[in-house]
Design a protein around this ligand. Structure first.
Ligand code: FAD
Length: 459
């Protein structure tokens, strides 16, 4: 609970209508997209400017309450989960597109704009903002930057970090920092903006973002292929990349996910296969035609059961929906869906997928796996029930084994969802002592009173 005095001060900054304190109003902000994590905030505060954020952080330092910044709350590692006696500072009302600069191909936006808003603003100008997290219709660009979100186009176009040119950040001591600019080249001093990208709300509140846009690809082609065995699909992916072709999308679904998607979306997916690949190439139309033909040929050479090339945009969207609806389809099957995020070097993919299957059998758990095969980024998804304590214990053990194996194979404990609360116990093993000390020292220097998202990433 916060004192009536503190609540009164918050209301004076943002107006009473922008401060929620009633239990029923707070409940929707007591969780994010991460399963089985809940905590009630003391209040939710909607900000509309950097100046308001400054005043709130001043109050937080003076009164000693924690501040958890939140965009849309779609995070999958508990990053925007409230903390004890803390407020949730919500940015969704700061959602303006501020400036599109055609000469420099940049877009200046507020943090509460959704990723879709940004893609549409770029598209309307004939330009392209490539990062496309599965949550793009609702997740905010502030949340995307704070998590360094990836997406289905990561293989060719990279992740959010690759499109951030500048940031305005309110620091924990309430100073406003601007870092970066519209220059294509700039090596003056440390790249401070890169420290805030992926910082999960622990180093500052991002209040403006300068994004890089690129020309829109002239053409694209989407293909789907199915395989009787997962190994054939993995080998086809390796052969495509070795050609070398870097498609913008190279995604897969395993048997469990294919069945759930077909049950949910009725796309007409074949159910007699162990793996489905979704591939998309974009660029100049001649190159696209050549690459699509090569990918089709490679899939056939690797024994695919069938390969379908979309004839038009409608069919392309239909094929892509098999992948885009994977999480929603799996989530219908069991009361609790725990979507995980393990990354391994591409060369270790086949072994990792087999390992997940072995772990699923060992612990008697249902796991559907899908993800970004071209990036080596897998989403093993546990279909479980958080009310069953014994099963949750097995989930916990399976989860540990999978991430220990990812580390052993030279991979990472998270490719795009972040550490938050969900992975913080594993970060020391992954990062090592020196990295942990440097990260802790840095955080302490930036936020000595630990008001920004305490207990996230590490204690
Ligand atoms: C169906 C579904 C599909 C998804 N697909 C993908 C995917 O393909 N790729 C991917 O990477 N992720 C994906 N995600 C995860 C999630 O959508 C992303 O992490 C997204 O970037 C979170 O944005 P958000 O606005 O919801 O942020 P929130 O969940 O509200 O916050 C996430 C973190 O960012 C911090 N934060 C938010 N705004 C700011 C700010 N302005 N300043 C400082 N810190 C801030 C918060 O404190 C928190 O630590 C998916 C989630 C769902 C539910």
């Amino acid at each position: 609970m916060l004192s009536p005095e503190v609540i009164g001060q918050l209301q004076r900054v943002v107006g009473p209508a922008n401060v929620l304190t009633q239990r029923e109003d707070l409940i929707p902000y007591s969780f994010d997209g991460t399963a089985a994590l809940r905590k009630m905030p003391a209040a939710v505060v909607f900000v509309q400017s950097a100046a308001e954020v400054c005043q709130i952080l001043q109050q937080a330092n003076a009164a000693g309450f924690p501040v958890v910044t939140r965009g849309s709350g779609t995070g999958l590692s508990g990053g925007s989960l409230p903390v004890e006696k803390g407020i949730v500072l919500c940015t969704v009302k700061m959602n303006k597109i501020l400036e599109l600069d055609r000469a420099n191909l940049t877009l200046l936006v507020e943090p509460g704009a959704t990723c879709l808003q940004i893609a549409e603003a770029a598209g309307a100008a004939g330009l392209f903002y490539p990062p496309d997290p599965g949550s793009m219709k609702i997740s905010t660009i502030g949340g995307n930057v704070a998590e360094n979100a990836g997406g289905l186009r990561g293989l060719k176009y990279g992740v959010t970090r690759n499109y951030v040119m500048g940031l305005e950040v309110v620091l924990a001591n309430s100073e406003i920092l601007w870092t970066g600019n519209k220059c294509v080249k700039d090596v003056a001093g440390y790249s401070l903006k890169d420290l805030f990208i992926g910082s999960e709300g622990t180093l500052g509140v991002i209040t403006k973002i300068l994004l890089r846009l690129i020309p829109k690809p002239a053409a694209r082609k989407t293909l789907m292929a199915t395989f009787a065995q997962m190994d054939q699909a993995v080998e086809a992916v390796s052969a495509i990349i070795a050609t070398p072709i870097i498609p913008c999308t190279l995604e897969f679904l395993d048997r469990t996910t294919i069945r759930c998607v077909e049950d949910f979306a009725k796309i007409g997916l074949p159910l007699d296969c162990e793996a489905l690949l979704l591939m998309e190439t974009d660029g100049h139309s001649a190159a696209v035609a050549e690459e699509a033909a090569a990918m089709e040929r490679i899939c056939r050479e690797h024994g695919c059961l069938m390969v379908r090339v979309a004839r038009d945009d409608v069919e392309a969207t239909q094929l892509a929906s098999a992948r885009r609806s994977a999480f929603a389809a799996l989530a219908r099957v069991a009361p609790t869906t725990i979507l995980e995020d393990a990354t391994v070097p591409r060369s270790a993919l086949a072994g990792m997928i087999r390992f997940i299957d072995t772990v699923s059998k060992k612990y008697g758990l249902r796991i559907g796996t899908f993800g970004h095969m071209g990036d080596g980024n897998l989403h093993p998804t546990f279909l479980t029930d958080e009310r069953n304590a014994e099963e949750m214990h097995r989930v916990e053990q399976a989860f540990r084994e999978i991430f220990d194996e990812a580390i052993r194979l030279g991979g990472s404990i998270t490719g795009e969802h972040g550490v938050g609360v969900a992975k913080k116990a594993m970060l020391p093993k992954f990062a090592g002592d020196v990295s942990m000390r440097v990260m802790r020292d840095f955080r302490r220097a930036m936020d000595p009173n630990q008001i920004l998202n305490p207990g996230k990433m590490f204690d």
